[in-house]
Design a binder for this molecule. Structure first.
Ligand SMILES: [Fe+2]
Length: 276
């Protein structure tokens, strides 16, 4: 990896189950993760870090975390974990004792500095609840961390989106106190992105003077239905991930990348120019 380029991959909402069981009796999330790992292992250049932004497993069971751990052994780039509303903090910790950043505090917040980029992960999960919340101590921690290196670009990450997306049933389980997060992010212009999962769709929103993005699901996607009474349905649209590319002179660009086999690539040009 060039010293001048930093690649952070974000995958989200894996919903891994144990013993080959299907999520919602439909989705082979284990197979989806294996396919994603193959895709990530083939990326050139390789990512500096892969962040898993929550809903790592489906019901927070220890066996599910063991299945996740076994699958992730095939992933070549280093990775870090974040909890979502489907996760269980204690079971997650116990399954990944070597991930020392998960082992302290009640909530699972962590900081990493990756090749010139600061990553700040906030645990927005609330036990037994689908919606998200970050408490006073977490907000104080975020403010302190953002004050440490104001010149270094930062990605603030949490599972629950702090914004509305228009899909009613998802909007009702977003972050409950976005204003508190917004106030802090607005004071720290080095925050290049606020990154989340949970929506199982890629959505971009202006937030606190920066850009908030949600990652698509790694297997199933939330059905696209912009109505207040949209039923809580999912669809098997193509899975994907976000790739955040940082270059010191060019800034950060976020790519939505599809996972799966598609036709191509094909050339635009031949010896006569643009192909007609
Ligand atoms: Fe999810």
């Amino acid at each position: 990896m060039s010293e001048k380029l930093t690649l952070i991959v974000q995958i989200s909402d894996l919903h891994i189950k144990a013993n080959g069981r299907l999520s919602y009796r439909q989705v082979d999330t284990g197979a989806a993760l294996r396919q994603a790992i193959d895709t990530l292992n083939a990326l050139q250049p390789q990512p500096d870090l892969v962040v898993l932004s929550g809903d790592l497993v489906d019901f927070g069971h220890p066996q599910e975390y063991q299945a996740l751990r076994a699958a992730l052994q095939q992933l070549k780039p280093p990775f870090r974990l974040m909890p979502g509303n489907h996760d269980d903090r204690q079971a997650l910790r116990e399954a990944f004792p070597d991930h020392v950043y998960l082992q302290t505090g009640e909530t699972l917040n962590w900081r990493a500095s990756v090749n010139g980029v600061t990553l700040l992960a906030l645990d927005s999960s609330v036990p037994q609840q689908p919606w998200g919340y970050v408490d006073e101590a977490q907000l104080n921690w975020l403010e302190t961390e953002l004050s440490r290196q104001p010149q270094q670009p930062a990605l603030v990450m949490l599972h629950h989106p702090p914004f509305h997306c228009g899909i009613g049933h998802m909007d009702r389980q977003r972050l409950r106190n976005p204003e508190a997060l917004e106030a802090i992010v607005a004071r720290h212009p080095q925050v290049e992105r606020v990154l989340c999962g949970h929506l199982h769709r890629s959505v971009q929103v202006r937030f606190a003077g920066t850009l908030a993005c949600s990652a698509p699901g790694l297997s199933h996607q939330v059905a696209f239905d912009l109505s207040e009474n949209a039923p809580a349905h999912f669809v098997m649209e193509p899975p994907g991930f976000l790739l955040h590319r940082w270059h010191p002179q060019q800034g950060i660009s976020t790519h939505l990348c599809a996972i799966g086999d598609y036709r191509g690539p094909y050339p635009f040009y031949d010896k006569n120019g643009l192909i007609d």
